[in-house]
Design a protein around this ligand. Structure first.
Ligand code: AMP
Length: 612
């Protein structure tokens, strides 16, 4: 007897389970299916994506609705078009033996008339994104006044995306007696609020701990200098030749830049963010699914609802603002019983954030070293050896073998192997032989003292935490207003009414000039050069910033070593990329060959809008 029988599912649904090859119910299915089948209850289920939750609400809904009726009885709201389509597909698979079943997807960016036609044909179940659903209700193209089951899937994501009002509006068109099933990966206040507002005494089911990531995911972090982030990313990719990963950046701009840079360096990468057209995003996702690209660089918003199996690594190129977002990111790997790794590249100032994440997810991060060049060479060599070992012989080469054999007549097997592997090894070795150790010294070490760094300028700015800034917000603000690149602002230290930050000395004049006459909320934002760390402490101890140019801070005349010479102005991605191509500072190209994973279907990296 199939284990799903015990949950109370009817034969035609068990048949679908068997067709799909599901052998045992997942935890969320085991916990919710019997509950939902037995009674018409409201339910709050805390479960990650990838835990099988679509089936957890899908099977009970399919069993409970009246297939012979053409009335819409089930409504499933999901945050994104991608997810909406996935759920629709899954529901169709689960209901493939339910004769007469009509599941309709309603989402933006496609013809509303076609969707209305499908609904009119008699959709027992509608899967919708909130915006389009609201639109269709207001145009009277759908009738949800008789639904019996409403599912709010990925509720935390929907609320994050600002759908609270839309959900309220949509549910106001549904009957009070319906059952509401809410699924969420995390349980922030907003989700509890929704549960209180729309549900009566809901039964709560938790898979794992609240806000805790998948148990199949291990978490690692790599401590590097802020400006070595990209080089560290490349090494992580090189040290994992079979990597199939999503790389998360915090902004669309960074996402685009990192993807472009990876492509330029010969990696198989693509960008996914909101400045790409729907069509471009579809092409990237299709290629990623087909594993034609190995590294998908994405923003959190664009990656919502990505359900691609076998993702080996999630790489946090930058940490997210919200800890819950980290749970979502890491939940992209370690799915369907497989193990996965979530890696975080951090600079010193971010380490404390790792500690907060550990508390929430109740898992420890392993601090790992960024692999050295030689370690990477070794990994690549071994990967090549096993690839060759496992390669099936292509007999199309037979006609040429005589010639090849005679060329190698005087070469022993041992020598041949050495020569053969040297080709690959030398490529990586030459690239990495002069590269530096990227691992940042631990906190509090001497090299943290920027007093000695002549390439760097330290600034004072008269805005701080009481103006709503934390270090990340201030960094974003500075980068955006000054049009600097992602790691051009670093060592940001926010106090209550003022803050400090560094840029390369090359940007010093630009920064000072920009802030000579800059107002925010009617107040002058004042930026000055600071000289010594010890002075900063004095100032911090004094606790007050007068606004006037106090003695000792207006200098800025110390000798500087302009790093940007010869590598362009330092503004714009291209020039930055060129200077970073090798982490040794030499001009040697990245050792990756793009030919291994050629993306099909055009250039994934170009956004629709022209940018600068
Ligand atoms: P979901 O969390 O609903 O997005 O499901 C993630 C993936 O797991 C989907 O591809 C499902 O088809 C699959 N899945 C769901 N339930 C099971 C199960 N009991 N056994 C194996 N795979 C499953």
């Amino acid at each position: 007897m199939n284990a799903f029988h015990k949950l109370g599912l009817e034969d035609h649904l068990i048949q679908a389970v068997t067709d799909l090859g599901f052998e045992t119910p997942s935890e969320v299915q085991e916990k919710t299916i019997p509950l939902l089948l037995e009674d018409d209850i409201d339910l709050v289920a805390l479960a990650q994506t990838g835990t099988g939750k679509t089936a957890a609400f899908g099977f009970p809904m399919l069993q409970k609705i009246d297939i012979d009726s053409r009335t819409t009885q089930g409504l499933i709201l999901s945050p994104t078009r991608e997810l909406c389509l996935q759920i629709t597909n899954e529901m169709k698979l689960y209901g493939k033996h339910c004769k007469g079943l009509n599941v309709t997807a309603i989402y933006g960016g496609a013809s509303i008339t076609d969707q209305a036609k499908q609904v009119k044909r008699g959709a027992q179940i509608i899967v919708a994104t909130p915006g389009r659903m609201k639109d269709m209700i207001s145009r009277r193209l759908v009738d949800i006044s008789k639904i019996e089951y409403a599912v709010l899937d990925e509720a935390d994501e929907m609320l994050n995306m600002g759908f609270f009002e839309d959900i309220t509006e949509i549910l106001s068109h549904t009957p009070d007696e319906k059952s509401t099933w809410l699924f969420s990966a995390t349980m922030p206040k907003e989700v509890s609020l929704i549960a209180k507002k729309f549900m009566a005494n809901p039964t709560e089911v938790t898979v794992g701990h609240k806000n805790m990531g998948s148990k199949n995911v291990s978490h690692e972090y790599f401590l590097v200098g802020a400006r070595d982030r990209y080089q560290a990313l490349k090494r992580l990719a090189d040290a994992n030749p079979e990597i199939f990963s999503v790389i998360f950046c915090r902004t669309k701009r960074d996402t685009q830049k990192v993807a472009e840079q990876l492509i330029e360096d010969g990696y198989s990468a693509g960008a996914l963010h909101g400045d790409l057209s729907q069509n471009q995003r579809d092409v990237v996702m299709k290629s990623f699914r087909a594993k034609q690209i190995q590294m998908l660089v994405a923003t959190d918003v664009a990656a919502r609802g990505i359900d691609v199996e076998d993702i080996t690594h999630v790489i946090n190129y930058q940490l997210p603002d919200e800890i819950e977002t980290y749970t979502h990111r890491s939940g992209r790997t370690g799915r369907a019983g497989k193990s996965g790794i979530s890696m975080v590249i951090v600079s010193k100032s971010e380490v404390r954030k790792i500690k907060s994440i550990e508390r929430i997810i109740q898992k420890e991060f392993i601090k790992k070293d960024v692999p050295s060049g030689m370690e990477i060479c070794e990994v690549q060599l071994k990967a090549l050896a096993s690839k060759i070992h496992d390669t099936e012989i292509n007999h199309e080469i037979d006609p040429y073998l005589n010639e090849i054999n005679s060329l190698f007549e005087d070469v022993s097997k041992d020598e041949l192997i050495k020569k053969f592997f040297s080709v690959e090894f030398t490529r990586f070795f030459n690239y990495y032989k002069k590269t530096k150790d990227l691992n940042s010294p631990s906190e509090g070490s001497r090299s943290d003292d920027y007093e000695k760094d002549d390439n760097s300028a330290r600034f004072f700015i008269n805005i701080g935490s009481k103006d709503g800034y934390d270090w990340m917000k201030l960094k974003d603000f500075l980068r955006d207003t000054l049009q600097l690149n992602q790691d051009d602002v670093y060592k940001v230290d926010v106090k209550e009414s003022f803050a400090f930050f560094n840029t390369d000395a090359a940007h010093k004049d630009k920064v000072l000039e920009f802030f000579t006459d800059f107002k925010q909320d009617g107040r002058f934002v004042n930026v000055e050069i600071t000289e010594k760390k010890s002075r900063e402490r004095n100032r911090g101890g004094g606790g007050r910033r007068s606004g006037g140019g106090g003695g000792g801070y207006g200098g800025g005349g110390r000798g500087r070593n302009d790093r940007s010479k010869g590598s362009g102005s330092g503004s714009g991605f291209r020039s930055e990329g060129k200077s970073r191509r090798s982490d040794s500072g030499s001009s040697s190209k990245s050792p990756r060959r793009s030919s291994d994973f050629k993306p099909k279907g055009g250039d994934f990296s170009r956004p629709r809008k022209s940018r600068r």
